[in-house]
Design a protein around this ligand. Structure first.
Ligand code: GLN
Length: 377
């Protein structure tokens, strides 16, 4: 179905964080860490405050663009031009917004896989595009590739992909991505690859960067940020990597949105990415595995059915009842906030009963939440 989404309602993240504060609840709703970024990043930030207090280039600090290009070249084996193919944005959020505004307009369409990250529909609406949803369901959240093929029309310009996928908690696979790329190529569409959770994977599963798949390579806009990889969601430093002509369009929009994010924080991110401590990504994964195990152990004791999970820092489960009611009661009775995940479907009926728990928290926070969840009144 083709519908245009409005941006009229308050973000469910804002809503649940506010409710959590009002009720003194442990916030496992909005996905942000309650621990500090790595020391190396904080030291780099301290250093960066010695100078560079004015605007950076609107495209972003050249040092950071070079660091991101080098990191991608190393991991993907394909050359990235920091001058013409990388744009620094105020978080992945601004990159997503500018990409939608750059490539969509009245009469054009975007495909959004659901459950979606909450920001995608309002981005399309802001660009006056129309959305076609492709629905994946609990517990496997498999992409129905036939339904996807039917969602493409001659007006399709963008396909929003999120891998690792929030809130589905899974990685898109090679075969899925290859087919998605083929369909996009047939219709001249671009793939928006939101890869903010790229380093948060589990059980030996390896994230496949969308741009590393042969059918996707020339038509992908890759978006990521420091938020999740470096536990710094408040820094608002993100980026978009795209072929030069698309980069030019994204920059055209971006110059009149934020112009550029905070210069010292860009400088610190550049320093961090250019001299990554050995084993950083492995440690990040190991720490998240431990946090996940603690939360999963508690959730297993509740009348909840957990979805399989191999990526992102969210566990999604099905409660045998309405998720909005369930989360309301969870906050009031147990003092734990989670997200009613039917909000991530255009027709909430498709996700009725789904509840998303964030585990990007200290172990003592997770244990406090777990004890509250499993204690009988
Ligand atoms: N990405 C985070 C989440 O899914 C929240 C983002 C936000 O609040 N803007 O919880």
């Amino acid at each position: 179905t083709a519908t245009s989404a409005g941006a009229g309602q308050t973000s469910v993240f804002t809503l649940m964080t506010r409710l959590a504060a009002e009720h003194g609840a442990v916030n496992l709703a909005q996905g942000f860490p309650d621990f500090d970024p790595p020391l190396a990043l904080l030291l780099a930030a301290e250093q960066a405050l010695d100078g560079g207090h004015q605007y950076s280039a609107s495209a972003g600090l050249p040092l950071l663009r070079r660091a991101i290009a080098a990191d991608r070249e190393q991991r993907l084996g394909t050359a990235v031009d920091p001058d013409d193919e990388v744009t620094i944005t105020a978080g992945a959020t601004e990159a997503l917004y500018c990409t939608a505004r750059a490539l969509l307009g009245p009469g054009s369409e975007a495909i959004v896989l659901e459950p979606f990250y909450e920001q995608y529909p309002p981005c399309v609406a802001a660009a006056q595009g129309t959305i076609r949803y492709v629905t994946s369901r609990f517990p496997d959240f498999a992409v129905d590739l036939d339904e996807l093929a039917r969602a493409f029309t001659p007006r399709t310009r963008l396909v929003f992909l999120n891998t690792p996928w929030n809130p589905a908690g899974r990685l898109l696979g090679e075969a899925e991505l290859r087919r998605i790329g083929e369909l996009a190529a047939e219709h001249g569409a671009w793939l928006v690859a939101d890869e903010t959770y790229e380093h948060i994977t589990f059980g030996g599963a390896r994230h496949i960067p969308v741009a590393s798949v042969d059918t996707c390579r020339d038509r992908t806009i890759t978006i990521s940020s420091v938020s999740k990889t470096f536990s710094a969601t408040g820094w608002r430093v993100g980026w978009a990597v795209a072929p030069a002509p698309v980069t030019a369009l994204i920059r055209g929009v971006k110059q009149f949105v934020t112009f550029a994010p905070a210069t010292p924080l860009q400088a610190a991110a550049a320093e961090m990415i250019a001299s990554m401590p050995t084993g950083y990504y492995d440690r990040l994964r190991a720490q998240y595995s431990q946090r996940r195990a603690v939360l999963a152990d508690y959730l297993a004791r509740l009348p909840l059915e957990l979805a399989p999970h191999n990526g992102t820092y969210f566990l999604t489960a099905r409660a045998g009842r309405d998720d909005v009611d369930y989360c309301g009661e969870l906050i009031r009775r147990s003092g734990v906030a989670a997200i009613p995940a039917s909000r991530f479907y255009h027709d909430p009926a498709a996700g009725r009963g789904l509840v998303r728990f964030a585990f990007c928290k200290r172990l003592d926070t997770l244990r406090l939440a777990g004890d509250r969840l499993t204690t009988e009144e």
